[in-house]
Write a protein of this length. Structure first.
Length: 430
């Protein structure tokens, strides 16, 4: 398209040159005829023109051949330009000659147009060549610009094609990218980040699942081994002492209860993991604590439990599940603190949340254990936990129950001094 445009421009300019030359010739012919008509002593011998006509031709129209045809039929060469006598590329102009109001003949002016044609052809060739050169330059510039535009895109494509799980955290960096390519790079990096987080979550979940299966197998294996051992001894009849038989049966019963507890807690966790909808109604946390007070006195084993109930609004909760959380934490406080120290329970309202804090003054929890305290089967003191019947699932269940309430459970602990669990419920939407 550009080449065609330039060729057209060249053709138009060449045409203008031709028209200008044509008008100039006609103007010269007209000027010569006017000069003839205004001359004195125009005629020479007979009806032929005098030397005056040749002189005027030399002055006005020296680059042409001029022939005069008298009315009598005589022919007279007025001016000869020998440069183009043999030139076949000519332009002829024929005009009548008037003198004193009468036609005395006809004059023929012959121009060589060879140089004009060469000039026009040269101009046209120059334009064509210039057009081709400009087109080539434009193509090179366009190609360079296109390459500059597409090169970042190619690098993005190459980077994306090399994406694997192991390098999802490596950002794609294109320094000289245009705005659109930069947006594409940002979107690609965001996608990689989300994929990286997803894979990290999957890997973490797989690790936790493997750890869970391993811990669950270990927890189930211990009581099963005990039951199997005592059963084999009893079947072989090697125990003839009634007290030893009774001890064996009681041990088997204890281990069976332990298995039942583990299975029930695993079923509870499975239900919470499936996010089964639990029925929640509008309740007041203080009312639940007051109703639990008799039960707390039964399990306190002579401990002092101090209740400090602040003014708190109602929240949505499942009574049984919340009671389960409270009892679990209080039992942990009883097991892990000195019997001569009280257990403090208080409720208060803060930052659009209803909060219950349970504090015991016992051994505390070392800082390195705090990040894992809510993990399933996690125990700080494995032997002691098993002695008191702990499965390592209680706090994990508490956390899942609070998450099901859109709440949270946290703890603060000072080793050798105290531990406080904070249970918080969000306000109801009006």
């Amino acid at each position: 398209m550009l080449l065609l445009f330039l060729v057209i421009i060249g053709f138009l300019q060449t045409s203008l040159i031709y028209l200008y030359t044509e008008n100039q010739r006609k103007s010269e012919v007209t000027s010569y005829l006017q000069a003839l008509q205004q001359s004195d002593n125009l005629f020479g011998e007979g009806e032929l023109l005098s030397e005056k006509a040749t002189e005027l031709a030399e002055d006005i129209i020296s680059n042409a051949n001029i022939i005069f045809y008298a009315s009598s039929g005589e022919k007279q060469m007025i001016h000869i330009n020998r440069v183009f006598l043999k030139d076949k590329q000519i332009a002829t102009y024929t005009e009548p000659v008037y003198y004193e109001g009468k036609t005395i003949g006809t004059i023929e002016v012959i121009y060589s147009i060879h140089e004009s044609l060469e000039l026009m052809l040269t101009q046209l060739i120059i334009y064509v060549i210039a057009s081709i050169v400009i087109l080539l330059l434009a193509w090179l510039v366009y190609k360079r610009m296109l390459r500059k535009t597409l090169d970042p895109l190619d690098r993005v494509i190459a980077s994306v094609s090399e994406v694997v799980v192991g390098n999802l955290d490596e950002l794609i960096v294109i320094d000289d990218a245009q705005a659109d390519i930069a947006k594409l790079v940002d979107s690609t990096n965001e996608l990689k980040a989300r994929l990286h987080d997803s894979f990290q979550t999957i890997e973490e979940n797989q690790r936790k699942l493997q750890q869970f299966v391993s811990d669950a197998s270990h927890e189930l294996k211990t009581p099963l081994t005990t039951i199997q051992g005592y059963s084999e001894v009893l079947l072989r009849g090697k125990l003839d002492n009634p007290e030893r038989i009774r001890y064996s049966l009681e041990s088997m019963l204890d281990q069976t209860k332990r298995l039942t507890n583990i299975v029930n807690e695993l079923l509870e966790l499975s239900k919470l993991d499936r996010k089964v909808q639990m029925g929640k109604i509008e309740l007041n946390l203080n009312d639940i604590l007051e109703e639990l007070s008799p039960l707390l006195k039964m399990i306190q084993e002579g401990r002092e439990i101090k209740l400090t109930l602040g003014e708190v609004p109602n929240v949505l909760m499942n009574r049984n599940k919340v009671e389960q959380v409270i009892l679990n934490i209080v039992q942990n406080a009883i097991f892990h603190s000195d019997k001569n120290t009280p257990i403090l329970m208080r409720t208060y309202y803060e930052n659009e949340k209803v909060i219950m804090a349970i504090t015991d003054y016992g051994e505390g929890i070392a800082e390195e254990h705090l990040p894992f305290i809510f993990d399933r089967f996690y125990r700080i003191d494995t032997d002691r936990s098993r002695e008191i019947g702990g499965t390592g699932l209680g706090l994990a269940i508490c956390q899942d129950i609070m998450h099901a309430h859109n709440g949270e459970i946290k703890l603060q602990s000072i080793i050798g001094k105290e531990t406080t669990f904070f249970i918080s419920f969000p306000m109801m939407n009006e």
